[in-house]
Design a protein around this ligand. Structure first.
Ligand code: PLP
Ligand code: TYF
Length: 397
């Protein structure tokens, strides 16, 4: 019965990991997959995570099922982290949290929830967006459209975005990146978030905000600006949060689906529907990563340690952004690449073409996604000059 099944290409981003591993050039540089790297190119377990794991090893008493919504201590900790300590939404009991297998799991829960409970609604996502957004919503059977986000000259196309959002059918879902837009690195400022809020209200749209990089842009609270604005000013919002990056818990699959409803009763109604969706997908979420997160956030010392580690990761990324532009200066290209300093998070749309990306890979063993997306965290002071020289070589000017 398997004879007719064709082989399909694997994930283009994850495929870069294999290609990079195989490359024997000692000067190779990995700017591909979006994992944070330290100055030595490693993605170590955070110290706060190690400390929490030691505690858990001592204190954990059961491996019994955790329940479809996961651990309430984790849910509450994430609600405060995302919506803000003392948020009116928490006092009013309008927000529900469901522990999920990563941000991806939260997105799939959201997609299935939309499919069953908001039938016929289509989803609108930025062009470009994280390719898995396409797959997840297609798999759930939701009609998918896009709105412009990046212009041909590699800038944020806010006018194009607003024009498109203004024409979305009433009641449809609009997917927004909370911060550190993947793949472009172009984020909305406060005024732009306000305009998005206005159009969402006007068109009665349902925002689904993907929050995968909290803390990697300007700070934990700063990065939540748009999320909190929309959640506080609207009756209903869907948020997917991930602890993969800011806690370095990638493989532990730790995320959360947050639903904000008009009042406590409606929140409990939608919450009961999310439990069904979770049960039908995987029954109960994995526990370990979430236990680590709630241990850290619930302990003053561990929380302090973690806050410093998040600051360090963000600081290093932003330093590398400036360092990269400085390294382009001797090639007369600092001005051309100055936008890299304005972009936020791990990723930058460099503006390099598919051809240029290919030459960087073939001739210099510098790996990035064919769209020209570079993971800035893959740079280090040791390789800046090499990368700058290579980019100058493949650039037309
Ligand atoms: N959303 C975006 C935009 C991402 O880049 C990622 C990245 O990995 C995710 C969601 C999901 O992350 P994870 O499932 O690893 O928590
Ligand atoms: O965009 C990235 O690089 C990260 C990691 O199927 C990732 O979000 C990439 C592809 C994928 C899962 C995670």
């Amino acid at each position: 019965m398997f004879e007719h099944i064709e082989r399909v290409p694997g994930d283009a981003i994850l495929g870069l990991i294999e290609a990079f591993k195989k490359d024997t050039n000692p000067r190779k540089v990995d700017l591909g997959v979006g994992v944070y790297r330290d100055a030595h190119g490693n993605t170590p377990v955070l110290k706060s995570v190690k400390a929490a794991e030691e505690r858990l090893l001592e204190q954990e008493e059961t491996k019994s099922y955790i329940g479809s919504h996961g651990d309430p201590a984790y849910g509450n900790a994430i609600l405060s982290l995302v919506l803000g300590e003392g948020s009116p939404l928490l006092t009013d009991k309008r927000a529900s949290a469901t522990q999920s297998p990563g941000g991806t799991g939260a997105l799939r829960l959201a997609a299935d929830f939309i499919r069953t409970n908001l039938p016929g609604k289509a989803i609108w996502m930025s062009n470009p967006t994280w390719p898995n957004h396409h797959g997840i919503f297609d798999a759930a059977g939701i009609e998918r459209h896009s709105y412009p986000y990046v212009s041909a000259s590699n800038t944020l196309d806010f006018d194009g975005m607003m024009d498109s959002l203004g024409r979305i059918p009433e009641g449809d879902i609009v997917l927004l990146h909370a911060c550190c837009h993947n793949p472009s690195g172009f984020d909305l400022d406060k005024q732009q978030w306000q305009q998005v809020l206005n159009v969402v209200k006007q068109r009665n749209l349902m925002p689904l905000i993907d929050f995968a990089y909290q803390g990697f842009g300007d700070g934990l609270d700063e990065d939540a600006y748009g999320v909190r604005l929309l959640a506080e000013q609207l009756d209903e919002v869907i948020i997917t949060s991930s602890c993969s990056k800011n806690f370095g818990l990638y493989r532990e699959r730790t995320g959360c689906l947050i639903l904000v409803a008009k009042n406590e009763e409606q929140m409990n109604n939608v919450r009961s529907q999310v439990a069904i969706v979770a049960r039908e997908n995987y029954s109960n979420p994995p526990s370990h990563g979430a236990a680590v997160v709630s241990t850290i956030l619930g302990d003053e010392a561990l929380r302090g340690m973690w806050l410093e580690e998040v600051d360090d990761m963000r600081g290093r990324i932003n330093q590398l952004r400036s360092g990269f532009v400085d390294a382009m200066a001797p090639h007369g290209l600092a001005e051309k690449f100055d936008f890299i300093k304005q972009q936020r998070g791990m990723f930058s749309y460099t503006g390099l073409s598919r051809d240029q990306v290919e030459r960087l890979r073939n001739d210099y063993s510098i790996y990035m996604v064919s769209s020209g997306r570079a993971n800035v965290a893959g740079l280090s002071s040791d390789v800046l000059e090499y990368v700058a020289q290579a980019i100058a070589d493949v650039s037309d000017t």
